[in-house]
Ligand binder design. Sequence first.
Ligand SMILES: Nc1ncnc2c1ncn2[C@@H]1O[C@H](COP(=O)(O)OP(=O)(O)O)[C@@H](O)[C@H]1O
Ligand SMILES: [Mg+2]
Length: 248
Amino acid sequence: MTATTRAALEFTGVSKVFDTGTTALSGVDLSVAPGEFVAVVGPSGCGKSTLLRLASGLDRVTDGTLEVAADTTSFVFQDPTLLPWRSALGNVALVGQLRGVGKKERTARAADALALVGLTDFAKSFPRQLSGGMRMRVSLARALVADPQLALFDEPFGALDEITRLGMQTELQRLFQLRGFAGLFITHSVSEAVYLSTRVVVMTGRPGRIAADIAVPFAHPRSPELRYTPEFAALTGEVSHALEGHHS
Ligand SMILES: Nc1ncnc2c1ncn2[C@@H]1O[C@H](COP(=O)(O)OP(=O)(O)O)[C@@H](O)[C@H]1O
Ligand SMILES: [Mg+2]
């Protein structure tokens, strides 16, 4: 297989049983192709974060196989985890510093990444001087500064107010279109899943299994108004129905 046809991320028959005896995932098959943005929705405790931790290499599968073909993978979590004593620019440049990139280059790349998320004017600001939405933008800039082939998101916008959250969704789909990374995005918001993704995967309650896999055909770029169309409502309805059908 060539690099272009190979999945960026592929779970085959993956199960995860913790030492405590909890079976978090059972027989999960899930593939994310290059250029695909897959959203995963499911009830609390169904193993969504476990899925992401496995994909990120933070944890190991109990059964089955997991292949990550991407050279560079990045993560965005709900907590932006910025270093309070570093400026926005300093936080983003830290990625290059840890990879041994020279100061001039890592600073230039960090400035580019901040420009990408519209934060050029706040490059010198410290996290405490930024709003929650701005801190999340810094977190996105930090995730994208290394130009990842695969980006993993665990409910990144879950702690933001509704208006900020909708703005971040628009921002992220723009970045996805611009950079073309493969994405795996965990959320419990059905409309967020549909708005952002090219496919929505619905998981059942614990142990988590894949209950439905629904294609999202809307072209990019997606305007915020897409959310008010009948086509969008029909698709969110289909995802909600699949979710409710497997509620325990
Ligand atoms: N490190 C761990 N040790 C034991 N059980 C865990 C661990 N991490 C998660 N679990 C359990 O696995 C299940 C799935 O958790 P998680 O993946 O965090 O769910 P979600 O993100 O969908 O809410 C839960 O029952 C949780 O309590
Ligand atoms: Mg979780």
